[in-house]
Every structure is written in C-alpha cells, then in structure tokens.
Design a protein around this ligand. Structure first.
Ligand code: SF4
Length: 437
C-alpha cells in the first residue's frame, strides 16, 4: 500500500452511485483496486483515462471500498451524506486489459453479476480514470470506427448480395442488428476480421461461457447459432472477404456459438474450398483446441492461425474453469504442438484475472508453456465473469496473492523473457510460412 502522501493526494477519487443509479465522486476518499483478495492503491503507471466507448456499471447489493487519506486506511462506504451508495465499475472498450477489479464487499444473497470484467474506476480532472492498459494498437473494434447508419446500409447490402445465405442472415440479423458485434460489423463493412460461426454444440462447459449458461445461472451474453452452415454458405462470403478486405482475416469460433472443432468436417472442407479459390488473407480458428487430430486436418487443409482459449496454464485451474466433457488439458497442449509443426501462427486467448494471472505459480506455468511450444502471441483478454464466481469456481479462497507481481509487471516479464512473443488483443493478419502446408 503506497503511503506516498503526495502520490495519494494525486490519486483519483472514489466513484459511487446512489440507488437511482446516478454516478458521482466522493472527494474525501480515493479509488481502490482489488486483485484476487488484496486491496491496492493504484500506481500512476496503472491508471489511464477511461477509453472511449467503455461502459460504467452500478453494482447492486454491494458496498464500495475507498481509501481515507486522513485515517490512512481503506474504509467501507455503506452511506454517503446519509444516503446509501453502491459501487461503480468500468467495462473497458476492447483492446484494453484490466489491472485491478473494482473493490467492494458483496452482501449476503446478492445475485451473481452478469458476464463482464468489472474494472476499478475513479474520478480526476473532470474525467473517469481506470486501472487498465491498452495492449493492442489495432483499431478494429474501437467504437469510434463504427457509424450506425453506414453499418445499417452495409448490412442491407449484404442481405441483398447473399439473399439465400442463412449464415449471412445470422450475422446481419443476430450479430449486427441484435448484439452490435464489432466483428460482424466489420464483415458488413468489408474490412479486417470477419466472423464465421458454425457450431451449435460444445464439448466443454466453461463457467463463464458467453453463449450457454444453465437456466438457474446468470444469462449468457448471446444466444448460440442453432444450425451448421453448409460449405457453400461459408465460402460464398468468406472468399470475397479474403480477397478484398484490408488486413483480411476470417475467423471460425465466435462468442455466438459452441466449439468449432465439433464440426471440423465442415470447416475442413470449407478451408480447402477457400484455398482452392484464393491464396489471399488469413484463415483463423478461435478454439478450445480439444481435438489435436481435427486441428491437424485443418492445418493440412490450409489453416493459417489458431487461437487457443486458456484461463490458466495449470491443468487443475484449467479443468475447474473449462470443465471439459470429452478431452484433457494434454489434448489442448498437443493441438498447440500440431499447429506449430504445420507452421501455423499460435495465439493464446489468455483470460487475465488480476492477482491470479500475475501470481508466481501461474506465471511459471505460462512461461513453461510459451517456452515449450514457442507460442507466437498472447492475447491478454479480461476474464468476463463475476470475480466471486471465479474465486469459487477456481477455489481461490486460500490463494495468497500478496506475492502476485501486478499485471503490468507480468506483461513486462513476458516481453523480457520472450522477445518473439507478440502481446495484443486481436487475431493479426498472418500468412503461414511458405512450404509449411
Ligand atoms: S469452449 Fe466456448 S462454447 Fe464451449 S463452453 Fe467454453 S466458452 Fe462456451
């Protein structure tokens, strides 16, 4: 706990909300961040102005923590000027990794929070400040890149151009118009990364699955696609995208579906057909990498890059989160080995949880994985899950996070140890090494 008075006085103030949801600053108190258990006063290097397009959430049935410089301690703020107050957290715009989560106490019987990452936020110099860092300069999902009228015109054009294509209809009706998915918007705008959802089913049961949650749980972020598209439906719009879009990437494995490897036959045939028609662009798959044999077939068909989802490089914590139904952590590692053998670009879709990701045990496991498999990229994504659900599911109640080094130091460590590893947030446009097919 930094006790540098001048540094403390310069820190952003605590931000809370009243029961009407009106957000305001508490000038007497400073913002506090939380890792798994520990409370932190953010260092200046851990603070950025809230990124444009971020959201603020008021957290019901919870009590905010703030730092009282007068008393030199963290205080629980149930009421302010006689009125009950609630914690506020920020959901940062894409390309930003959280450093601390919002600090609060959850009251008994409080419902779990929906599937977001609740970043610590404060107020200073007429602006909101968050504990985050931009890890990718790519602007493909920057809210400022999206003009709603232009998107709607483009969406209509796609429906006309691909009038009998169910998958294009799903991307327009469901992903663009219903969920405002940035990847689907880029598809209709014919640029950058285009999503290709294909699978209604999955062979894992992730605690924080975005597309399926049991009825008694919190709601999923989006509904799963309910059909498997044909090879022709996939190829019809992906080939023009690969040929014409700037920095073209087409990606199987989206938030609105299950696991793409469960329909590997269709994807294999589609990739073969795409590569028969064009050599342009990057064909990528976002996956739980559960099936190395299927991954091999996709690599041979022409896959260029693979993004493997991981909440942890330690098997026990991986299994507690992914709850695999018919595969093992070793299968995931074997898929990475196979993809590397075929010259594919391998990214980790690495779910960051402050205090756990930067804990020495997790860092050691991740470093060993990166070293052993020569991973090309770590996409430092935020674990979008109620932190207390994460702690329960991973059984982190006893984790001593006083040894955790901090997310910024973890990032510095990765850069220092693995200079070839790209750190980012999005799938880059890459082409496989020549002759690696
Ligand atoms: S692998 Fe993907 S689709 Fe399957 S349960 Fe996990 S998040 Fe959901």
């Amino acid at each position: 706990m930094a006790d540098f008075v001048d540094e403390i006085s310069g820190l952003p103030s605590l931000v809370v909300a009243n029961e009407q949801g009106e957000v305001f600053e508490v000038p007497e108190l400073k913002m506090v961040g939380q890792s798994v258990h520990s409370l932190h006063l953010p260092e200046e290097r851990e603070l950025i102005r809230i990124p444009y397009g971020s959201d603020l959430f008021v957290l019901e049935n919870r009590v905010p923590f703030g730092y009282d410089p007068e008393r030199g301690e963290v205080v629980r703020l149930e009421t302010y000027r006689g009125k009950r107050v609630l914690p506020v957290a920020a959901f940062m715009a894409p390309a930003h990794t959280w450093i601390y989560r919002a600090a609060y106490e959850t009251l008994p019987n409080a419902p779990d929070l929906p599937l977001y990452a609740y970043t610590a936020v404060g107020w200073r110099n007429e602006a909101f400040w968050v504990t985050g860092v931009r890890v990718d300069d790519d602007v493909r999902q920057d809210p400022a890149q999206f003009n709603p009228r232009e998107i709607e015109r483009a969406a209509e054009r796609m429906l006309v151009r691909y009038s009998s294509n169910r998958l294009v209809r799903h991307l327009v009706e469901n992903c663009v118009r219903r969920y405002g998915c940035p990847a689907a918007r880029n598809f209709v705008l014919e640029r950058w990364e285009c999503p290709v959802p294909t699978s209604p089913g999955c062979n894992a049961n992730c605690v924080g699955c975005l597309s399926y949650q049991p009825p008694e749980s919190f709601a999923p972020a989006q509904e799963r696609i309910d059909f498997v598209p044909t090879v022709e439906e996939i190829v019809e719009f992906t080939v023009p995208h690969l040929e014409n879009a700037p920095n073209a990437v087409v990606s199987f494995g989206q938030g609105c579906e299950g696991e793409p490897l469960t329909v590997a036959d269709v994807i294999e045939a589609a990739i073969r057909e795409m590569r028969k028609r064009t050599e342009q662009g990057t064909i990528n798959i976002n996956t739980n990498a559960s099936d190395p044999e299927a991954v091999e077939r996709l690599c041979k068909a022409g896959l260029d890059s693979i993004r493997v989802s991981l909440n942890s490089a330690q098997r026990s914590f991986y299994e507690r989160y992914f709850r695999p139904l018919d595969y093992s952590f070793e299968d995931v590692l074997e898929s990475i080995r196979v993809a590397k053998r075929h010259g594919c670009w391998v990214s980790l879709n690495y779910f960051v949880f402050p205090g756990f990701t930067d804990h020495p045990d997790e860092m050691a496991a991740l470093f060993e994985l990166v070293e052993t498999y020569h991973v090309d990229m770590i996409q430092a994504r935020n674990l979008n899950l109620d932190p207390e659900v994460t702690i329960r599911a991973l059984r982190l109640e006893e984790l001593d996070d006083s040894d955790s080094v901090g997310v910024l130091t973890w990032l510095d460590e990765v850069r220092a140890r693995f200079p070839w590893v790209r750190i980012g947030y999005f799938n880059p446009a890459v082409r496989r090494r020549e002759g690696a097919r």
